[in-house]
Structures are given as C-alpha cells and as structure tokens.
Write a protein of this length. Sequence first.
Lengths: 289, 295
Amino acid sequence: MAQPRGGMVENRPIGNFVAHAILIVGVAIVAFPLWVTLVASTLSFDDIVHVPMPLLPGSHGASNYYHALVAGSERGSSAPVDRMLLNSLVVAVSVASGKIAISIISAFALVYFRFPLRNFFFWMIFVTLMLPVEVRIIPTYKVASDLHIVDTYAGLILPLFASATATFLFRQFFLTIPDELVEAARIDGAGPMRFFWDVVLPLSKTHMAALFVILFIYGWNQYLWPLLITSSESMYTVVIGIKRMIAGGDAANEWNIIMATAMLALMPPALVVVLMQKWFVKGLVETEK
Amino acid sequence: MAQEKRVVFKSAWLPYALLLPQLAITVVFFFWPAVQAIYYSFQVQDAFGLRTQFVWFQNFAYLFHDSHYLASFRVTAVFSLLVASLGISISLLLATMADHVVRGAVFYKTLLIWPYAVAPAIAGVLWAFLFAPTIGLITYFLRQVGIEWNWMVNERQAMLMVVIAATWKQISYNFLFFLAGLQSIPKSMIEAAAIDGAGPLRRFWTIVFPLLSPTTFFLLVVNIVYAFFDTFGVIDATTKGGPVEATQILVYKVYYDGVQAADLGGSSAQSVILMFIVISLTVVQFRFIERKVQY
C-alpha cells in the first residue's frame, strides 16, 4: 500500500473506528475456517465428534500429523500423503517453470522477429486464453491416453501448459523494452540469442518471479485434471488425496486426520502468497490485464 | 497486433524454433481436444463404446428438451450470480475500508489475501466440516438459535454452503483488484468533493464507485467465469451436485455425464455449449474494455 488515505480529507475518529471494526470482522470471518481447521488438526477424533468441538488447540497434533503424513489413518481409510505432497510439489514447480520457459521464448519470437505466418501463430496461441481446461476435459483425456501418458507426471503436467497467460504477459513487457538496446546489441555484433540471454532474460527477472508465484499456486491447486489423469495412489496430488479421504457421512470421517492433511495441503501455497506478497500481487494484477 | 518493434532481428528458422514448443503443446492439448469435443458432440455411442453413429444436432436438441440439463442451467445461473455479487460487494466494502485506514492497512491486506492460495476443493472441505450435519460448529450454533441445518438433504442449504465456500475463496482476489483501483483514484478529486461538503457515503457513490466501474465490470466477468469452472472442486468435494441435483452446475454435469455415466456425445455437446458461453463472455469483456477503460 503506497499511501493510505486520510490526510486532508477529514479523519473523523468515528469513521476510522468503523473502518477498523469492519476490517476486523472481515478478517475474523475469513480466518475462522482456517483456525477451526488448525484446532481440529490437533484434537483427537473423540474431541471432534463431541459437539461442540473445542475452539482451542488440543494435544494430539503430533500424532495426527504423523498419521496424515507417513502412517496413514488409524482406521485405514486413507493413505499417507507424503508421496502426494511430493507429487503436488513436482506438478507445481514443473508447471510454473515449464510454462515460463516455453512462454518467454515464444513471446521473444513474436516480438523480435518478422516472419511469415507470425500473426496466424499469435492468434493460435492467444485464443487459448478463452477456453479453460475444464471445458475440453474429456477429449484431452483421450489425447493423453493415445499418447500413453495417463497416470504419469507428463500427463499430469503437460496439458496444463496449454495457456497463453504467461506468453501474453512477456509479450506486453518486451514491447516496453527500449529499441535502443537492440540497436546497441546489433552494433556490438550480438545475435538474437545473445541478446536474449544478456539483455532480455535479466530484465525479465521480476516478471518471471511474479509469474512463478501465480503458476505455482495454479499448479498446486489443480483438481479436475489430476482427478481424471491419475489412477494409482502413488500419482495422486494432495488435493486429490484429501478428497478421497471424505467418505460421505459426516461423523464417520476421521476429521482429525483430514484436517491435518488439509493444513498440509494449504500451507505451502498460502506461505508462498504471504511471504512473496509483492510478487504475488504483481503477478496477479499483471496476468489479468 | 497493435504495437510493433521498429528494430527486429532476422533469421529464417530461429523464430519458428522458438515458437515450436508452445505451438506443439497448443495443438496437441488445446486444438485437437477442442475439435474432438465438437466432433463427438455430433455422435451417439452405444453403452459399450463399440458403435458410434453420426447424428448431427440430435445431442443438442435432446439437451434442450432435457429437464435435468435445463435445471442445471438454472442452478448455474443462481450459483454464479450469488457468488459474483456476494464476492464483489464484500470485497468492495473491505477494500474501501482498507484504503481508508491509516494504520494497519498492510496487516489487514496480508490477512485477507491468503485464501487465494487455498484450492477450491480444500475450501469446500473446510466449510463442509463447519457445516457438517451432526458435528459441525456452525451447525451447532444454528441449532442453538433454532435452525435445523442439514445440507445433505436440504437443497437450499446445500446451495448456500457451496456459495459461501466459493465466495470465501474468491474474496481475496476481488479485494486486491479493488484496492489497486481505489489507490489509482486521484486523491485531489476526493479532497475537492470533501471541500464541497460531500460526506464519505456521498463521495463514495458519486466519485469512487463510478471510477471503479471498469474494475467492477472486469471482476464481474472474472467471477462468473470462476463460478462456472473453477468451483468444480468445491462441488465435487462436498455436495457432488446433490441433494437431488440442487447444486449440479454445468461443468459438474459435463464431468458426471462424460466420466461417470460415460455418455460421450451428450457430455461433448454440453462442453461445446460451455465453450460458446465462455467465448461470448470473453468477447463481451474485450469489447467493453476496448471502449471503456481508456479514460
């Protein structure tokens, strides 16, 4: 926040009080589910089904997280999620870095070269902005199955590359790089790839960081696609794993383990958002322009 | 392409090589499936997938006479309008307050943006736990004030729960865009109005809100698209479209008919209809932005 308001506009204490009150209520409502999840992840199963459950943490945290992470649930209804967390990490990091890599070179080609069919390729790439993966989910599954990548990392990751947000962002940014830099590079006898490595890449660092944060969250939180493409437990991501833990009946679920798993599933992307807030906000606002 | 570089490099093959990875991915995982979806939507398969028959628009004609499909349209309309309007009004209120306070603004912002990071399916699980019919905390409080809560049988309560979960996740996104919009409004305009004796509410409705209208419109489209597609996880992890199809949004029905019921033709026809909806939303958004945003 650059400059909070106030200043010359009257700063009535009552107005300020109301603003803070509304914000505190808002923050409390937003945080309430997280707090309850955190508390439930430290309680025993009996504490939770004894209505109402306590609102302060209990002493079963270590055991719950141990069961969630490595041992599997006490009643055997769920598998350990350590492998699933690893899968989520692999998917999130690969989707983010892969998408950035293929987008930055294609944006470079579109901005810094003139060649036949350039406009055609431009529209081919940018039309993908229009259709979310959910719309073409079943035919995409068929393609993956023809390519024999069902239930593999390639199958989990590659189809998520097909979107132009990153290409669009890099293209917009490249257009703002002064032409003088290209002229200088050409006078020095530097070719296009030299210019790419020495000038374009270093200048793109902040955009890459911002995109990485957004795409990491996007990859980590994928749901429908991993649900279809994975069939063995060793390929599940943690978001899929947690869904499989919920059997149906509310009191029958092992909520203490489920809530510990939920914390494990939501902490990595939430920490990324909070700790890299600057990049996150930049990435979010710019990719949606 | 609107803008161009004056100075460019020359190479007969390099640009194609640089474009190749993205084009290959786009063709294989975007165009090919999209074309297949259209192709399947004109076909009917028998129950075992052994014989397929080309039937022109029969799948579409059937859909528009199918009361389940029409009900799913209504459900989607109600769901997305509730999610968009609730999310936008709550975020606008919070962003206006965060823009107003002098102290603690960064603190509030940090505490309001993290739900963006929560997967929709996880958001659904958290709220399903709070609203669980026998053990849920909110269910308990509601019972104390005489409201019997069970979303597993009550259709309205199921809808309300998925709306709350979906909105909760989206507030942070809307909040950030409103805050950015508010901070770009020239302070002098607000001060001029204050000098003219306009109170805070009047200033908001006559100056701030109109200046925010491009942001609001943008968020309206984004929120509707979000409610149409990204909320699949919320639904699938909680109500699974139930009870009695009360929360079966269109994208859930595409999945259910295509994957669970193995009706490839019908599901593909629904995908094609969804494609048209998203494309028209995007076109509306682009045309609006072209006209309105250069102020």
